[in-house]
Structures are given as structure tokens and as C-alpha cells.
Design a protein around this ligand. Structure first.
Ligand code: NAP
Ligand code: LUD
Length: 284
């Protein structure tokens, strides 16, 4: 049986339509949610993702501003910009696009953002709250992955979920959120031995390695839900995932495409967080 393709783009569009209505109502009450994205340097992929965020904001009525800085910007300068944004009441969300140039500490920059405006959910306070299970702004890609799995109608509770990748922005938080949804979770990474033995047992397989086409049908249990987080530009210029789409489609029950899968959900969860942050800051 061929897998049902989980069109993240379509799910994202329906969530954005709901958000647009909510933003419309907030505007009537005098509150326009605002997001500021800071982009340092000229990495083409980062510019493309930030354009997607700007477009998403326009779609739902969020006021957005992009601050572009050249790659020679110092850490102190960037911290200064963030401190001003922390004080600006019209800015409800602050996002510094990663990666940053090597001379800037990502940790220092993330920690400079006030947790109430941390729409990426990367600040240690946000991460801590998420781990404990307190209400907080959740990281966008992991939250988007959970929303997509829920849209399949799959019951997550009791299932065996395998996550490949343990980065702070994807693998670790995805695994934690799946566990909070009552899955039994295995985390795999580059030092995992016999990866296939683990992935073959997965009812839900989330792949976030940044290694194009590393997962084939031999890794996948028939009927599994497979979420491909990878976004890799290969030599031909084509955008591909970490999963061999054509062959895994033959065995999985659900599979996300790249592009059009997790990526649009990431941006949509950012829009959602900006609305949540604006409401919380306005005491709504
Ligand atoms: P990352 O920081 O480079 O982490 C990659 C993880 O994969 C690491 O934990 C690494 O293990 C593991 N890994 C690498 N090769 C492996 C292998 N052969 N077998 C098993 N595990 C392996 O990357 P990331 O930021 O998490 O991003 C991962 C991918 O997702 C990238 O393609 C990125 O572009 C994409 N991404 C997409 C979105 C979206 O919205 N769609 C958002 C964020 C990222 P170690 O820890 O042992 O090194
Ligand atoms: N930094 C992210 N760095 C990289 N793909 C994204 C992403 C949309 N602070 C901070 O936005 O959340 C972040 N916060 N990230 N990423 C990756 C990561 C960050 C990646 C892909 C997409 C966001 C996306 O929309 C499209 C798709 O998969 O359909 C394709 C876009 C294209 O280039 O054609």
C-alpha cells in the first residue's frame, strides 16, 4: 500500500487561516502582533527561510520587520539590538536566524532574548519550562512535527517513536514532546550502532539528520508514520529530505514530502507563537 502523503503545506494553510481570523479580532481590540527577525550575513538558505517567515506574517496579518546585518557584525552589537527589541512594546516576538557567523556565540544571543518574546522557544528558560511540562512557547519545528502526526489521526500514546538526530532545535525537543504525548521514545544519533534495528521497530519515525537520502525502505516498518525534517540542497540544486521519498512511500502509511512537509509547519508554528506572545504581553 502506498503511503498517504502528509501535505504540510495544506495543513499549514488551514492553521494560517485560523490565525488570520484571530489576528483580525485582536486588531479590533487594538493589538497588532509584531515579529522582528534578525538575519546576520548572506547565507542564501537563511535568506530564503526568512523570506518565508515574512510572507507568512503578511498572510495572517502579523506586523513583521527584518533587520539585516552584515557578517562582520559583532556579538556586542547584536546583543544591543536585542536589548532594544526587548524594550520595544510593539515587538512581541524576536527571532535571530541561525546559524550565526562563527565569531558570535549563539548561546549568548539566545540568552539575550527576553523569554516572553522567545518565539523560537530556544532560551534556556523556555526549554526548561518545556521539559517540566509548564505552559511555554514551544520550539517551532518540533511543535509542527507533533501537529502533523496528530493530523494523521494516529494515536501517539503507547506507540514506539524513534527520532534520528539529537540537536537542540529539532531532535531533542521532538523526542521530549513525543514522550509527553505518551509515546515510548528511542533517540538515535551518529554514534548509534545498528541504526536499522531501531528504526525497523518504529511506529513513528522522525528523521532529522541533514544527511540527504540516508533513510531507505529497509529502515522502515511497514505501516509506519515517517516524518522527514531534513531540508538538503543537493548538487543538482534540488531540495531533498533525509528520506528516500519514492521507496519509503511504498512501505510507510504516512510520509511527509520535502519541500512542502515540515518546513511550512515550522513557519506556521512561529506565527502561532507570535500571536500567543502578543496576547500574553497584552494580558489577554
Ligand atoms: P544538526 O544540528 O546537524 O543535527 C543533526 C543530528 O543528526 C545530530 O544529532 C547527529 O548526531 C545526527 N546524525 C547525523 N548523521 C547521522 C547518521 N548518519 N546517523 C544517525 N544520526 C546522524 O541538524 P539539525 O539542525 O537538527 O537539522 C537536521 C536537518 O533538519 C537538516 O537537514 C536541517 O536543514 C533540517 N531542518 C529543517 C527544519 C524544517 O523546518 N523543515 C528545521 C530545522 C532543521 P550527533 O549528535 O551524534 O552528531
Ligand atoms: N533559526 C530556524 N535556522 C534554520 N522549507 C528554520 C526552516 C522553513 N532561529 C532559528 O526556520 O526556526 C528557526 N529558527 N530554522 N528552518 C530551518 C532552521 C533557524 C527550514 C525550511 C523551511 C524553515 C521551509 O519553509 C520549505 C519546505 O520544506 O517546503 C522549502 C523552502 C525552500 O528553500 O524552497
Amino acid at each position: 500500500m502506498a503511503a498517504t502523503i502528509l501535505q504540510g503545506k495544506e495543513v499549514a494553510a488551514s492553521i494560517r487561516a485560523e490565525l488570520a481570523e484571530e489576528v483580525n479580532e485582536l486588531k479590533k481590540q487594538g493589538l497588532t502582533p509584531g515579529l522582528t527577525v534578525v538575519l546576520v550575513g548572506d547565507d542564501p538558505a537563511s535568506h530564503s527561510y526568512v523570506r518565508g517567515k515574512e510572507k507568512g506574517c503578511a498572510e495572517v496579518g502579523i506586523r513583521s520587520e527584518i533587520i539585516l546585518k552584515d557578517a562582520a557584525t559583532t556579538e556586542a552589537e547584536l546583543v544591543g539590538i536585542i536589548e532594544e527589541l526587548n524594550q520595544n512594546p510593539n515587538v512581541h516576538g524576536i527571532l535571530v536566524q541561525l546559524p550565526l557567523p562563527a565569531h558570535i556565540s549563539e548561546t549568548a544571543i539566545i540568552e539575550a532574548i527576553h523569554p516572553s518574546k522567545d518565539v523560537d522557544g530556544f532560551h534556556p528558560i523556555s526549554v526548561g519550562n518545556m521539559v517540566i511540562g509548564n505552559k511555554t512557547l514551544l520550539p517551532c519545528t518540533p511543535h509542527g512535527v507533533i501537529e502533523l502526526i496528530k493530523r494523521t489521526g494516529t494515536e501517539i500514546a503507547g506507540k514506539h517513536a524513534v527520532v534520528i538526530g539529537r540537536s537542540n532545535i529539532v531532535g531533542k525537543p521532538v523526542a521530549l514532546l513525543l514522550q509527553q504525548e505518551n509515546a515510548t521514545v528511542t533517540m538515535c544519533h551518529s554514534r548509534t550502532q545498528n541504526l536499522q534495528e531501531f528504526t525497523q521497530k518504529a511506529d513513528i519515525l522522525v528523521v532529522a539528520t541533514g544527511k540527504p537520502h540516508m533513510i531507505g525502505k529497509e529502515h522502515v516498518k511497514p505501516g509506519a508514520v515517517v516524518i522527514d525534517v531534513g531540508v538538503n540542497r543537493i548538487e543538482s540544486g534540488k531540495l531533498v529530505g533525509d528520506v528516500k521519498f519514492d521507496e519509503v512511500q511504498e512501505v510507510a502509511s504516512y510520509l511527509t514530502p520535502v519541500p512542502g512537509g515540515v518546513g511550512p509547519m515550522t513557519i506556521t508554528m512561529l506565527l502561532k507563537n507570535t500571536v500567543l506572545a502578543a496576547k500574553a504581553q497584552a494580558g489577554l
